[in-house]
Design a protein around this ligand. Structure first.
Ligand SMILES: Cc1cc2nc3c(=O)[nH]c(=O)nc-3n(C[C@H](O)[C@H](O)[C@H](O)COP(=O)(O)O)c2cc1C
Ligand SMILES: C=C(O[C@@H]1CC(C(=O)O)=C[C@@H](OP(=O)(O)O)[C@H]1O)C(=O)O
Length: 390
């Protein structure tokens, strides 16, 4: 599968066109909307989320609730668009209005795409950069991930995520027996954290940062269960699934680090405490006694749950701005301030889940039949059986 997204943060809509989705897949807008609603939530989101109520329109590739195999089009309207038609250039604007709205952005925010994008594309108004670099784009990326989750669910593969850390406060009491429990428990916390005590502290830290005009970062974790053995491949660098996943997670706005399994901790431990011992029984086939390597060996899945962590830096727009330079006068100024989230880690955990789901679904469709769901389901089932007996 592949997809393209288009659309500005304050334009009329966001669009995704997805190609290569198997036919005969039951697909309803509700499944996509549920993920979109999750992405909008979480403690620390800004006022924009009170304006938007993201809903997908499925405009092609589905008839009578089933995919046809043709490209699928998703559209999500920006409710905020009606407030931005003049600034976005869709309606004439008077000189007076232009000055009042401070239409041209000339003071780049450190940590955002403003200055690099303006230099690269020759924009004297950095709004032309901001509009597309905004994480509003993750709305349709999540919609694509939600579609991937629908495919995975049909194959018995489940994806869930949660928050491990915000502003230096780490979740300590993390316990769940199944992926369903992980899903339920993370939804119970406003910061999607399984440790109740840490959740409270995290919310306090978000409030404090907001009061100080500052922002804080964090760590999210995504788990994928029910994965067939052998997704990805060891035979060529660009077929290694852990590599693809790392790239995909790193491409999420503001993500600065990725770990698979114990990740960086592996540098500090001896091999005997890093590698997972192999075992076999009739019911489960080959499994590992531990899962420190997060379900990957040789760029391929080993059948254990995939465990992927992502680090998100603090949001760059600061209400107490850092110093910057005005690109007109070249004088030192405070960076521009835009309406902003104060912390988007909980929302980013949902984005991360969906980005991971997309990569895993794609790896499944590369390995097995991808034209129609019933054959795909048969093949995956047979593969599970064969690997058990191998
Ligand atoms: C869900 C989500 C919401 C975000 N909200 C904001 C925001 O309100 N303000 C902001 O400055 N950055 C926000 N960001 C981060 C910026 O989009 C990001 O830092 C920017 O695109 C620059 O890219 P980079 O940080 O990856 O270099 C958000 C990121 C995510 C994932
Ligand atoms: C709109 C979304 O996130 C936005 C991401 C974002 C940024 O700079 O990345 C800036 C803010 O948008 P606005 O400038 O309209 O207040 C966020 O709310 C969204 O996630 O749907």
């Amino acid at each position: 599968m592949r997809f393209l997204t288009a659309g500005e943060s304050h334009g009329p809509q966001l669009t995704a066109i997805i190609e290569g989705v198997p036919a005969q897949l039951p697909l309803e807008a509700d499944a996509i909307n549920a993920e979109l609603a999750r992405r909008q939530g979480g403690y620390g989101r800004g006022r924009r989320m009170q304006i938007e109520q993201d809903r997908v329109q499925i405009l092609s590739g589905v008839r009578h609730g089933l995919t046809t195999g043709a490209p699928i089009t998703f559209v999500v309207e920006n409710k905020d668009w009606k407030n931005w038609t003049k600034i976005m250039g869709a309606e004439p604007i008077t000189q007076e209005e232009e000055e009042k709205m401070r239409r041209r952005l000339t003071r780049p925010r450190p940590g955002h795409a403003d200055l690099n994008g303006a230099i690269k594309y020759g924009h004297r108004d950095m709004r032309n950069v901001l509009e597309r670099s905004s994480a509003r784009e993750t709305t349709v990326r999540v919609a694509c991930g939600a579609l991937a989750k629908v495919i995975l669910k049909e194959l018995g593969i489940e994806v869930a995520g949660h928050v491990l850390e915000i502003g230096g406060i780490e979740a300590k009491q993390i316990s769940y027996d199944s992926i369903d429990e992980l899903k339920i428990k993370s939804e119970q916390s406003q910061v999607r954290c399984l440790d109740e005590e840490a959740s409270t502290k995290m919310m306090k830290a978000i409030d404090e940062a907001k009061q100080d005009g500052d922002s804080i970062g964090g760590v999210v974790e995504v788990v994928v269960a029910g994965v067939p053995i052998g997704l990805g491949s060891h035979v060529h660098y660009d077929r290694k699934l852990d590599g693809k996943l790392a790239g995909a997670v790193m491409s999420i706005n503001a993500f600065k680090g990725v770990e698979i399994g114990i990740g960086f901790e592996a540098a500090r431990l001896p091999g005997s405490q890093v590698h997972d011992e192999i075992q076999w029984n009739e019911e489960d086939g080959y499994t590992r006694k531990t899962n420190r390597l997060g379900g990957f060996e040789g760029g391929m899945t080993n059948g254990m749950p995939l465990v992927i962590k992502g680090v998100m830096k603090p949001i760059p727009t600061l209400y107490k701005p850092l110093k910057s330079v005005d690109i007109d006068s070249k004088e030192a100024f405070d960076a521009g301030v835009e309406r902003s989230d104060s912390c988007a880690i909980p929302a980013a955990s949902v984005v991360c889940e969906n980005v991971v789901a997309w990569e895993v679904a794609n790896a499944v469709l590369e390995m097995f039949h991808s034209d129609q769901l019933p054959i795909l389901q048969d093949q995956v089932k047979r593969h599970h059986q064969l690997t058990k007996e191998f």
